[in-house]
Design a protein around this ligand. Structure first.
Ligand code: SF4
Ligand code: SF4
Ligand code: SF4
Length: 191
């Protein structure tokens, strides 16, 4: 595995979940038969470099609430006042635009906290995040620190992931079960 494929640890992803804050059809559950068994050797994950944030991750999971969530590479984030992942384009002068009408996230899952001067921290409420990728697409105009990942607390590790089948970018890959996230431990999930 290349250096570029360093992975998040499960612990770090869960730490993200802690900071924030299924009803599948029977057929779909049957497909998911190989899910969370202790013996699994690999799991589904999204390669952020391939993902185009097309929106399919929010709608094609067998789970009613998608197992795909937004994640944040904090070390890469510019902590911008005008965040391309947080604000709709054209909302310049965002400092005074705190209303939801200026925000990209349709579920209020991307949270913004003032740190110092023009520096802000952006965190994700995983309970509200639908994995729609709208903020991820926006952040591609910035530092690209927001990205989508399969949350392995939720994913049933289907033999044939229905999102992987629907993915137009072939962004779904298999990673070793012991390293199920994309970035390594150097990736901060808190500031
Ligand atoms: S815009 Fe979509 S992917 Fe981003 S935090 Fe909101 S619900 Fe999650
Ligand atoms: S393997 Fe794919 S379709 Fe199945 S629960 Fe996980 S993300 Fe959803
Ligand atoms: S289906 Fe593929 S390209 Fe679309 S948001 Fe999911 S991983 Fe990204």
């Amino acid at each position: 595995m290349s250096n570029a494929q360093d992975k998040l640890t499960r612990r770090n992803f869960l730490r993200t979940a802690a900071r924030g804050t299924c009803a599948a059809g029977l057929g779909a559950l049957a497909i998911a038969s190989a899910g969370n068994v202790a013996t699994r050797r690999s799991v589904w994950q999204i390669d952020p470099s391939k993902c185009t944030a097309c929106g399919n991750c929010a709608t094609h999971c067998v789970l009613t609430e998608s197992a795909v969530k937004c994640a944040h590479q904090y070390a890469k984030c510019g902590r911008c006042n005008f965040c391309f992942g947080y604000y709709k384009s054209g909302s310049s002068g965002a400092k005074s635009h705190s209303g939801v009408e200026f925000q990209l996230c349709p579920t209020d899952a991307l949270l913004r906290k003032w740190l110092i001067e023009d520096s802000y921290e952006y965190t994700i409420d995983l309970e509200k995040c639908t994995g729609c990728g709208i903020c991820v697409k926006g952040c591609k105009e910035g530092n690209g620190s927001l990205f989508l990942q399969v949350d392995h607390d939720r994913c049933t590790n289907c033999n044939e992931c229905t999102i992987a089948t629907a993915c137009p970018a072939q962004a779904f890959v298999r990673l070793p079960a012991e390293k199920p996230y994309w970035f390594d431990q150097g990736t901060e999930h808190k500031s």
